[in-house]
Design a protein around this ligand. Structure first.
Ligand code: PLP
Length: 371
């Protein structure tokens, strides 16, 4: 593929493979799946997403507006809505989820005739691998803890929402659901819908989709009054459906061989440093597994802007392409132009094999974010 670098490439064929798995869950479990735009918001592919998913879930007004590009369900949850934005959020949302009884009491009358109202509750079951991604950690601000739950204030509330997982398999949902029902099961008899949040790695190899379907069915049979069961994964939608292509700009030897690329962990794949994790590089192995080992580094000034150490069968050369796998999720939505480096192009490989450059970024994009 002859493309300018850096570039994120999303392959529709791979995306559709994920969407088909998610659609199976929708159909067999009678559930609705929403794409979490915080994780995957590449709207050039919304036509494809729309064929399979029931809607999109937004983190606030701007994502809700993006979700509203399609006539699907728009669900909006925010840790705290602003007075100046809540009316527009309610106008375009099918469902608005509040994070506290303060927010519910402040805004419910402005929302109730336009959208369904939900509350995010905290199921109190920690299972995320690191505290940064654990909404059930002590003193968490995300989700109402049971001690603060006010059963007499639910007049306008039609559903409960929880989100406590991060890149997890079905067993983690089982534990979380158990905790959720123990704390909030008694209120579900008066609800019409429940949202199991995101963090379900449904499209990852090893995820027991059958078990997920069984769990949702069993939940439905325990609460026959619940009309809609929602899941809102971001990662599972775009998992392994895209990659980041970069080019080797220089090779130096400061005690070990270092390749400097026209990309950056900090700016273009921030979760590499935040999680942190070591992305898979196409054709490369662990350090010293293959003959030629290099540290792959970014082009910014940050000393820690290092993606990792990798080995290759052949020596790297200036101009070579390096491909980082699984870069469709939490990249385009989180990247920055730190150091004024160019944001990667967004390229879609269509199902028929054709290449479509959906977006190219220019100096003006960088300048216009500043003043
Ligand atoms: C409330 C909520 N819903 C959904 C998601 C999507 O999670 P994931 O992309 O891990 O599936 C998140 C992620 O942080 C979230 O906070």
């Amino acid at each position: 593929m002859n493309i300018n670098t850096p570039a994120y490439v999303i392959e529709e064929k791979l995306l559709e493979k994920n969407l088909k798995v998610l659609d199976r869950v929708q159909k067999e479990a009678d559930a609705k799946i929403l794409v979490a735009l915080k994780g995957y918001a590449t709207w050039s592919t919304f036509d494809l997403l729309e064929k399979y998913l029931s809607g999109a879930t937004a983190s606030g007004l701007w994502e809700a507006k993006l979700a509203n590009m399609k006539p699907w369900e728009v669900h909006t949850y925010c840790p705290a809505f602003k007075d100046s934005e809540i009316d527009e959020v309610a106008d375009i949302s099918h469902t608005v989820v509040f994070n506290s009884f303060n927010q519910l009491e402040r805004f419910e009358n402005r929302v109730k005739d336009k959208s369904l109202i939900g509350l995010r509750v905290n199921p109190g079951v920690s299972s995320s691998p690191v505290p940064l991604y654990d909404p059930c950690a002590p003193f968490s601000r995300l989700g109402i803890p049971k001690v603060n739950f006010k059963a007499d204030k639910l007049k306008n509330v039609s559903g409960l929402h929880f989100h406590a997982l991060c890149e997890q398999l079905d067993d983690a949902l089982e534990r979380t659901l158990e905790g959720f029902e123990k704390l909030y099961g008694e209120y579900l008899k008066d609800m019409e819908w429940v949202n199991f949040g995101g963090g379900h790695h449904i499209t990852r190899e090893g995820y027991d989709v059958e078990h997920l379907i069984e769990m949702i069915k069993a939940f439905r049979s325990r609460y026959p009054n619940i009309k809609d069961v929602y899941l809102e994964p971001g990662e599972a939608v775009g998992l392994n459906a895209g990659y980041l292509v970069a080019e080797v700009l220089d090779i130096i030897d400061n005690g070990m061989k270092i390749a400097i690329l026209d990309t950056s962990a900090e700016a273009h794949m921030p979760d590499v440093l935040a999680m942190p994790y070591r992305p898979v590089v196409r054709g490369a192995g662990e350090p010293n597994e293959k003959k030629y080992t290099y540290r792959l580094g970014g082009v910014t000034c940050l000393a820690g802007d290092v993606i990792g150490d990798y080995s290759f069968d052949k020596p790297l050369e200036i101009g070579d392409k390096v491909i980082f796998e699984d870069m469709a999720i939490y990249t385009m939505v989180k990247n920055t132009a730190f150091n004024g480096i160019k944001l990667p192009d967004i390229i879609i490989k269509r199902k028929d094999g054709s290449i479509y450059k959906a977006r190219e970024f220019h100096y003006e994009d960088f300048k216009n974010r500043l003043s």
